[in-house]
Design a protein around this ligand. Structure first.
Ligand code: CP3
Length: 349
């Protein structure tokens, strides 16, 4: 069945640039540790891979914020490193630490040995999860898929874990760039396949996280991040031109202009940039998402309301998805998350 504009959900309509009476709202990391329901379920399923790869558990976690707050977007509960085992990269996600890659990729032989991604074989749970989410939320919310971008995935694969300095991958970038370019290109092809798969399984909007590309100076961003974002987006747009594509870079103030040439329909803006300025840099054709500082949710409700209204006014009444500038922090009071959603849902342009 082709969905008409009328019954398409608000977030999808706003992302397409249709006229809406308020911005849609969701929160990055909206399923997670700040919610008691999530912490309770984590006791029963202590491993992140279980929580995100057993379909019934991942569906339940994805729906926890939907039931509690009624956001306009419901995101697949997963991680950016989830497709790695399907490429031959063994990984785990450690409590409080994040992804761990047991044998970091540092040699030509390791990169030659990577296998092309076949999601039906290595990620079959994704189809079950996305189909169930679509079924559950109907046209009341938009189902979002997501992936990591080549630079950010390569950072985990080469460093072997999260990093403060990115010295190993930068060492590779600045001494053996040919090797790193091969890895980035392989990731780009795999990620494009994975995005297409998520869309085919029901994702209505997709977001690509290049979380650590803001660690590059603009010149290096143009060499090691931007071309591979473009490679992914071009491949996806060839087959799925109508699915809105959101791009996030954390700490993006210095590369906002370059992000506009990624091919993404919407740019997720963090709080290092004023929203009005981001709009001015990106121009009227590119949508914006964000950009409230997640730290604001530790403030008083009056302060939170003022910042929400300020952000919405600065973004203007067109192609804006209200969100935080990055993920909600694990110690955020749950009632302030609820207040965030309610306040945006009551707003009218
Ligand atoms: O419900 C949703 O909003 C989906 C949530 C989501 C997770 N990972 C779940 C998760 C999303 C969008 C991701 C993507 C992701 N994973 C990114 C990009 C987003 C960003 O923050 O820039 C990155 C960089 C990762 C890598 C990663 N995975 C990190 C840094 C961590 C956190 C480590 C920690 O414990 O602080 C993870 C683990 C992870 N992924 C958690 C969650 C909820 C925390 C683990 C837990 O709850 O047990």
């Amino acid at each position: 069945m082709v969905s008409t504009t009328q019954d398409a959900p608000l977030l999808l309509r706003a992302a397409r640039g249709e006229s809406v009476d308020r911005p849609p709202v969701w929160m990055m990391r909206q399923a997670g540790r700040y919610m008691k329901a999530y912490r309770d379920l984590r006791e029963k399923y202590p491993s992140f891979r279980e929580r995100s790869e057993i379909p019934e558990v991942a569906i339940e976690v994805s729906l926890q914020p939907w039931r509690a707050f009624g956001p306009d977007g419901v995101i697949l509960f997963s991680d950016i490193v989830t497709p790695m085992p399907g490429m031959g990269i063994d990984m785990d996600i450690a409590e409080g630490k994040g992804p761990i890659i047991h044998a970091p990729l540092r040699t030509q032989a390791q990169i030659d040995n990577l296998t092309p991604l076949n999601p039906d074989e290595s990620l079959p749970f994704i189809k079950t999860i996305l189909k169930a989410l679509r079924q559950e939320v109907g046209n009341q919310a938009t189902v979002l898929g997501f992936v990591g971008a080549p630079w950010t995935l390569a950072a985990y694969a080469v460093e072997g874990k999260g990093s403060k300095t990115y010295s190993v991958i930068k060492g590779m970038a600045f001494s053996d760039p040919t090797l790193l370019h091969q890895l980035l290109s392989k990731f780009a092809d795999a990620i494009a396949i994975y995005v297409r798969y998520q869309i085919d399984c029901g994702a209505q909007v997709v977001q690509m996280f290049d979380s650590w590309a803001g660690q590059l100076c603009p010149q290096d961003y143009e060499t090691f991040a931007l071309p591979y974002q473009q490679q992914v987006i071009q491949q996806v747009k060839e087959t799925h031109p109508d699915t809105p594509f959101i791009l996030l870079v954390s700490g993006s103030a210095g590369v906002m202009k370059q992000m506009a040439s990624s091919g993404a329909d919407t740019i997720s803006v963090d709080w290092t940039v004023d929203m009005a300025e981001a709009r001015a840099i990106l121009g009227p054709n590119i949508g914006v998402q964000g950009n409230m500082d997640p730290g604001v949710l530790f403030g008083s409700q009056n302060f939170i309301r003022d910042r929400i209204h300020d952000t919405i006014r600065k973004a203007g009444n067109h192609k804006h998805i209200m969100n935080l500038g990055h993920g909600i922090l694990p110690t955020t009071p749950e009632e302030n998350a609820a207040f965030f959603f309610e306040t945006v849902k009551q707003y009218r342009y």
